[in-house]
Design a protein around this ligand. Structure first.
Ligand code: SF4
Length: 92
């Protein structure tokens, strides 16, 4: 009987965890991969997600964050869609 009570108690404790902390602990960070052989440095990805992509004066694309936080997922996905060369891959 006490064992059952302990299980219930443990279960109740897990429900008290902060959902945002639990989510971030469980989510594997995404990974941005660029095929530089395909990239034509037109900066369309930079327009969608400047926190992650930057085309510099040397006309090369730089990935500023290879593992961007979840908050940037929508922007990175937009960059993937905008890329006319399909040079960006998002791995989870
Ligand atoms: S949108 Fe595609 S082709 Fe253009 S700079 Fe970004 S990765 Fe390169």
């Amino acid at each position: 009987m006490q064992w059952i009570a302990g299980v219930v108690h443990t279960h109740q404790q897990s429900l008290r965890l902060d959902p945002s902390k639990l989510r971030s602990a469980m989510v594997t960070p995404m990974r941005v991969v660029v095929d530089y052989d395909l990239c034509e440095s037109n900066a369309l990805c930079m327009a969608a997600a400047p926190e992650v992509f930057e085309v510099r004066d040397d006309d090369f694309l730089y990935v500023l964050q290879e593992n961007p936080p979840e908050e940037l997922r929508a922007k990175v996905e937009e960059a993937v869609q905008r890329c006319p060369k399909q040079a960006i891959t998002l791995e989870d």
